[in-house]
Design a protein around this ligand. Structure first.
Ligand SMILES: [Zn+2]
Length: 260
């Protein structure tokens, strides 16, 4: 469930992300009635099995069965605003009537980590932004330096072009550092490569230092903004509720098994 709008006193109009159908708008009659079965399943970011009928090109909900509420997300403004930002990216990039299995899995895993595992918001944000951009056909060239293929040295990430260059080839190609051309260490390059290329079941299974994560988060956000050619308004809300000092101090109980 990626967006919910109330319609009248009792009804709701919801948008769901389905692995088989992509985005679908569904009208839910009587959703807000006390005791309504569809009430808990039509909460924002809840996961449910939906049974619906189509009439005149519109979908109407017949029944639904809750699978996971991700209730923890709605208890915390920062997590809620991050989930809203991810949902806005999905609404902008996923089309109706097309399979969206990878995006669905990415979003479900992100919501699960945010709601159930107390994962760091910046970490989830970096992985989500980088992976969804790559999955939608805008993967950077991850072979290493675009010229010599080295990846064991500091590389400059040319965010607009989606390539990396070592120092020598920055000079030979006369490219300068700026907002869009930023250095990454060999470890940060590996983190980007891991997130873009690993199997979906493993993409959250690594860790980086807080300092590296801060830079990676800047990079993935800019990369998504440049390649989707859009500024997402929910991102402003996310930053408005982010208290800088709470960013990295939370219990870091991510299911991590690799150090990069
Ligand atoms: Zn090079």
């Amino acid at each position: 469930m990626i967006s919910v709008r109330d319609a009248g006193d009792n009804d709701r109009f919801i948008t769901i992300l389905s692995p088989e159908m992509g985005l679908a708008d569904i009208s839910v009659k009587g959703a807000k009635k006390l005791g309504s079965k569809s009430n808990s399943s039509t909460q924002l970011f809840a996961c449910a099995k939906f049974c619906m009928r189509e009439r005149g090109g519109r979908y109407y909900l017949n029944s639904c069965e809750p699978v996971k509420s991700f209730y923890g997300i709605r208890l915390d403004m920062q997590r809620l605003s991050l989930a809203s930002y991810m949902a806005e990216i999905i609404k902008f990039t996923v089309t109706s009537g097309q399979s969206a299995k990878d995006v669905y899995r990415l979003f479900m895993n992100s919501l699960y980590l945010l709601s159930e595992k107390g994962a760091d918001c910046s970490f989830v944000k970096f992985v989500f932004e980088m992976r969804i951009t790559a999955d939608l056909g805008m993967m950077p060239n991850l072979l290493g330096c675009d010229e010599c293929y080295r990846s064991d040295v500091t590389l400059c990430f040319l965010i607009k072009r989606g390539i990396f260059l070592c120092d020598d080839h920055m000079q030979s190609r006369v490219v300068y550092h700026d907002k869009y051309n930023v250095d990454v260490t060999a470890g940060m390059f590996e983190a980007i490569r891991f997130v873009c290329l690993s199997d979906m079941s493993r993409i959250f299974s690594f860790r980086v230092s807080d300092e590296a994560l801060e830079k990676l988060c800047y990079i993935s956000e800019l990369y998504a903004e440049v390649h989707f050619d859009r500024h997402f308004k929910t991102l402003d809300f996310y930053y408005s509720v982010c208290a800088p000092e709470t960013d990295h101090n939370e219990d870091n109980e991510q299911t991590t098994d690799e150090e990069i």
